[in-house]
Write a protein of this length. Structure first.
Length: 300
């Protein structure tokens, strides 16, 4: 039995990770959260470095998947200190402990480490984050490599999947706009690659299984959905699923206001595919699963 410690287990991706690892034999899951500690989750404040060291020292997991982060670009931009504390300093603490207890750490990162001017991006492409969120995640990557000998980084683009509320993912937020029926502008400027969290969780499990068989496995990897879409284009697919109109949705052809965003951070996923790792559910199918999972909101 291999022990997997998951941070951010109450979050959008974390919940999918817990479902994936709990459903498969051979893994014991230690799932931690902070404010949203529902059944099966353990409360652990990642900013309390001593408690994290004590917890990891006691349980000595074989693997750490570090998914907790502040990932809302505008929140990051407005609160740099809190962002750095969680995205950089807490990551450094976990990496140091991982190295001491010989646990293999997988750090979840973002395609926002790139500036979006020359896609597609491979794991060795030049990074140049445009906003504080991207900067802090890149610094998190660097601090991990300074402190672990072997580990993994998995960069991801915009995520969606089973949500607690439509506001939780910027993909499902589009569905709120669709049903509201009042005129609203939706971004038709940035090319996104919406990625289903269940596919990411599947990929993470495959990476950990691959590492179990291949002790040299280490490095930075990319995973992504394979359909380029602006949010405006996603709205059209969602309208098909919800059988709603799009007449009130106006395409916005310029960059959004707020923290600067890259225009196209397509991630090249060749390296994981070459190892036989990967899953890419079609957007139409995955968004139908996502929207039908929200109790009592849509009649699907
Ligand atoms: N969402 C995206 O579109 C996207 C895109 C690319 C990459 N990523 C990356 O994917 C990862 C997961 O993102 P997500 O969307 O699942 O995030 P999320 O839904 O915002 O969840 C954030 C998680 O961090 C936890 N957390 C916050 N402060 C904490 C603290 N002090 N101690 C312990 N836990 C704390 C939260 O716990 P509580 O809620 O219980 O407090 C929550 O579980 C992140 O590393 C993010 O950078 C996300």
């Amino acid at each position: 039995m291999r022990k997997v410690f998951i941070t951010g287990a109450s979050g959008l991706l974390g919940r999918a990770l817990v479902r994936e690892f709990q459903a498969k034999p051979g893994f014991e899951v230690l799932a931690t959260a902070f404010n949203r500690v529902s059944a099966g989750l353990i409360k652990l404040d990642l900013l309390d470095f001593g408690s994290v060291a004590e917890f990891l020292g006691t349980h000595k997991p074989d693997f750490i998947i570090h998914a907790a982060a502040e990932r809302r670009p505008d929140v990051c931009q407005n609160d740099p200190e809190a962002t750095k504390a969680l995205n950089i300093h807490a990551t450094k603490n976990i990496a140091c402990i991982a190295s001491q207890i010989e646990s293999w750490m997988l750090y979840i990162s973002t395609n926002y480490v790139f500036d979006g001017t020359s896609p597609p991006y491979t794991p060795v492409s030049v990074t140049n984050p445009l906003n504080l969120y991207g900067e802090s995640k890149l610094e998190g990557e660097r601090t991990m490599w300074k402190n672990v000998v072997s580990g993994g980084i998995l960069r991801l683009p915009i995520l969606y999947g089973e949500v607690e509320t439509l506001d939780e993912s910027s993909v499902t937020q589009i569905a709120s706009a669709l049903v509201a029926q009042s005129e609203i502008g939706i971004d038709d400027w940035a090319n996104r690659y919406p990625t289903f969290v269940d596919d990411v969780a599947y990929v993470c499990r495959q990476m950990l299984e691959y590492r179990s068989e291949n002790s040299e496995f280490s490095g930075t990897y990319h995973w992504s959905g394979n359909q380029p879409m602006t949010k405006y284009q996603m709205a059209h697919v969602m309208a098909e699923v919800l059988e709603s109109t799009v007449d009130h949705i106006v395409p916005v052809k310029h960059p959004p206001i707020g923290a600067p965003r890259p225009q196209d951070c397509q991630l090249d996923c060749t390296d994981l595919k070459a190892l036989g790792i990967g899953k890419q559910t079609a957007f139409l199918e995955a968004i139908r699963i996502t929207l039908s999972s929200i109790d009592g909101v849509f009649d699907l």
